[in-house]
Design a protein around this ligand. Structure first.
Ligand code: NAG
Ligand code: NAG
Ligand code: NAG
Ligand code: NAG
Ligand code: NAG
Ligand code: NAG
Ligand code: NAG
Ligand code: NAG
Ligand code: NAG
Ligand code: NAG
Length: 403
């Protein structure tokens, strides 16, 4: 099939066999048109980068090559409607698409391996045609697209997984079992359901504006775990035992401003390396971590919950600040009596406006060097909790300094 288009193209361009190898191996192969793309039909490997220029328009099909060792890049091609290949199986570096305003078809029927998926600002792209499924990718960023699913991407392990501002995205489910640096899913469609059925190990995990979350296998979060402004009513992490690194005093758990969240079930959680912050979850009536034993930072719970139960605490390196609008007197007596808490131990109910530590309120005053606590309180205000999605580790650190 290619031969028909290839032979005339070769004839037209006068590419002799001797030149084919230099065509197939050049630092950057620039493609401005379909005719340019067709020239590479005889290259089974393109050794170098492929740059589809901003002048490319309409349908661009890169058939023939099975492998690109470098990047496949296309930025700002405002008239490109379709990009694809029926042969390409692997991209050695980035598959980097940016600002393709009318791109509506993305069809790579053999694609399985991409080192770095970077698909940003593709507002007309509503579906992916990836029947072979991309099963190997280290870095994934998908931002500002019109996609409703990410079917066709299903990796086992990755370093980063960032999915944001895809307003139509309704589901994201992947078999991934280990994400070694960052998972950050935020500001997608309100209906987004996230499922990581096989995820066992993650580093930083942040979710915002998600309507359901399934993490049945998740056992270890080696960094911070942040849940902000989600719409789900319950959070269940049945196998989660560890967040962060207690020895290193890093890695916090933050569950903040999830308005419908009524139930947090993490029954096996034993250790959090940094702070544990639970705030502004107005439907949350009770907080209970039955096995939680060691906390490298502070406890900071605020809201209108009516009970708190932390029966297993053995070491809290920071302090504890628990304030609720409800009467929590009976819960407080257990916590204020707990010698495990090294820093300030504040527990109060019937507080009109409960204030947390990281919001810079005056509740947390205490020990340690007063000079450092004054400046870090200033810093806590600067790094308000609203921004902590990026600086979760910082907030945790600040809490340790404050208390
Ligand atoms: C996006 O591409 C269009 C051309 O289609 C260009 O005019 C515009 O400046 C680009 N925007 C960015 C942010 O690069
Ligand atoms: C992935 O590719 C994008 C676009 O080329 C680049 O900005 C980003 O730094 C790459 N990420 C990694 C980890 O190489
Ligand atoms: C995940 O990857 C990290 C870093 O390579 C490794 O230390 C950890 O053991 C892995 N976890 C699992 C469950 O494979
Ligand atoms: C995320 O949720 C917050 C709080 O409900 C809301 O203000 C924000 O607009 C939401 N973002 C998106 C992209 O839906
Ligand atoms: C939860 O952990 C147990 C014990 O390690 C394991 O047997 C079980 O398969 C895990 N559950 C899931 C859903 O991964
Ligand atoms: C786990 O987190 C600790 C503390 O941040 C870090 O030193 C260590 O390298 C991480 N482990 C892996 C496998 O990423
Ligand atoms: C919270 O969820 C767990 C597990 O999903 C369930 O067993 C428990 O009854 C729920 N508790 C409340 C108060 O809804
Ligand atoms: C909780 O909500 C109040 C009022 O909206 C806000 O001032 C405070 O900063 C919020 N706390 C957190 C931890 O987000
Ligand atoms: C907490 O506040 C929300 C919203 O203001 C309210 O609906 C809920 O009943 C309150 N819960 C408790 C236990 O006071
Ligand atoms: C996790 O997030 C914290 C705070 O943003 C950062 O310091 C740390 O480097 C991140 N860890 C990884 C593995 O990306």
């Amino acid at each position: 099939m290619f031969a028909h288009t290839l032979l005339p193209a070769l004839a037209v361009f006068g590419v002799a066999a001797a030149q084919t190898s230099s065509l197939c191996s050049q630092a950057t192969a620039t493609i401005n048109s379909q005719a340019d793309a067709t020239q590479y039909a005889s290259c089974s490997t393109i050794d170098g980068d492929v740059l589809i220029s901003s002048a490319a328009s309409g349908v661009l099909q890169l058939d023939g090559p099975e492998k690109i060792t470098g990047n496949l890049i296309c930025h700002n091609a405002g008239a490109l409607t379709s990009i694809g290949s029926a042969t390409l199986a692997s991209v050695g570096k980035s598959l980097d698409l940016f600002n393709l305003t009318v791109l509506s078809t993305f069809s790579f029927t053999d694609l399985e391996t991409v080192n770095n998926i970077s698909w940003i600002s593709l507002p007309a792209l509503s579906s992916l045609t990836l029947p072979s499924v991309i099963s190997t990718a280290k870095f994934i960023t998908i931002s500002n697209t019109f996609l409703s699913t990410l079917d066709g991407i299903n990796i086992d392990t990755a370093e980063t997984l960032e999915v944001n501002n895809n307003n139509r995205l309704k589901e994201f489910s992947t078999q991934v079992s280990n994400v070694t640096s960052v998972i950050d899913i935020n500001s997608n469609g309100k209906l987004l359901e996230v499922a990581f059925p096989n995820l066992i190990w993650a580093a930083n995990l942040t979710l915002r504006n998600v309507s359901s979350l399934s993490i049945p296998s998740l056992a270890t979060i080696n960094g911070s775990f942040g849940l902000y402004e989600n719409y789900f009513t319950s959070l269940s992490a049945p196998n989660l035992t560890t967040v962060g690194n207690f020895g290193g005093r890093s890695g916090s758990l933050a569950i903040v401003a999830n308005p419908s969240l009524a139930n947090i079930t993490i029954p096996g959680l034993t250790s959090v390396g940094g702070a544990v912050q639970i705030a502004n979850n107005s439907a949350l009536n009770g907080i209970s971590f039955s096995k939680l034993s060691t906390i490298g930072g502070a406890i900071d719970f605020t809201g209108n919950f009516s009970s708190v139960s932390l029966p297993g605490l053995t070491i809290v390196s920071g302090g504890s600040n628990i304030e609720s609008t409800s009467d929590i007197t009976s819960s407080c007596s257990d916590i204020t009596d707990n010698n495990a808490i090294a820093g300030t131990n504040n527990c109060k109910g019937k507080v009109a406006n409960p204030t947390g530590i990281a919001t810079g309120s005056g509740t947390a005053t205490k020990t340690g060097s007063s000079s450092s606590s004054t400046s870090s309180k200033g810093a806590a205000v600067t790094f308000g909790v609203g921004e902590s999605v990026v600086g979760l580790g910082l907030v945790g650190t600040l809490m340790q300094m404050l208390l």
